[in-house]
Design a protein around this ligand. Sequence first.
Ligand SMILES: [Zn+2]
Length: 373
Amino acid sequence: MKIAKTKIVLTTNRAIIVFNILITMAIFSNICFAENVGKKQSAIKKGYETINCTIDEIKTIHTAFGILLDTVSIGFGAFQKCLSNAPLIEFSGSREQVSLTASEALKLNVLTKIHCYDAPKNVLAQARVSISGESMKVDRGFLRSYTNRAKAIAAVIAHEIMHNRGYRHKQNDFGSKYYLNTVPQQVLACVLTGNPNRSMGPKALTARLINNPTWVQANNNCLNACQSARYSPVISGSYQNKYDFYVCAHNLGNKGFRPGFNHKNEKRCSVGSGGDTHRSKNKYCLCNIPNINYRWVDAEQYDDCKATCIEDSLVPMATESYAGGGFFFICSVNAWKRGFRPGYNLQGTRKCVAGSGGDSVWRDLNKRCLCAE
Ligand SMILES: [Zn+2]
């Protein structure tokens, strides 16, 4: 069993908004608090059970559960929409499954055990991953300081429930760039603000690279983008010796970041899909960073890029698909025999797919794969 910890920082501004919502709720809510008085006690209510909590803590938890219930009953459509628009990482199966699991879990049909405790510094709550039922520990200090911010507590409880249901942020823990795109943290965002956290960009496949800024967001060409981050762009080849092809990625149709090409005379990333070349300025560029040596390796026609790199004891480079459907390995093809341009190779397939100057798409068995030492 793994224990996942939650740490979040709330801005003052947001707290004020949440406080206002709470006032509105208090006026229209029919919720009655337990009349019992006393120090620490346990209480079983509809949907949750508190353990070792004070009466004030129970009141706060009660309000938080009311908010959660509203989110997935009155606000069910908005919550579903928020989650279905959310960039997600660290999950298996489909996005629909995540959305379904989250909304089922937050219906509060399962009794949620809330243990009040004094957490270590900077920890708000803890929950075990993949258990039957729902159980978590919530920090007393958090409950106290957020007495008037029950929505924040509701959001953290939702985050912990997702841990109970098996979702985690193991590879992208608190403090890492992609933490905000993990399932528990996106569920938290959808409860707290009604909007998902924006995409943090394409994620390199290897664990080694996860916390490295190897992808740089760019509106300009990749040469400028990488140089302004004090790096150089990764180059696959040159177009008739006129200009170099740079590796970029674009989140085409919100279905995951696909590698494509960019060059110094072009601000957009060109990605091949279907029968068309799709171009977008909204892109990320792959840059050379210290301690990582990239190598383009000629692939056997019937190997995918994963097999190609592994055969040479190298690490295959890929972007992770937000659609949860595997990886887009980074490859290049010598289109029109005018130089190798970057594209993508889908996991388990043989061809490299690249955009073209025209609107056609290259799908070529003769490919090179981007691997890292
Ligand atoms: Zn967590």
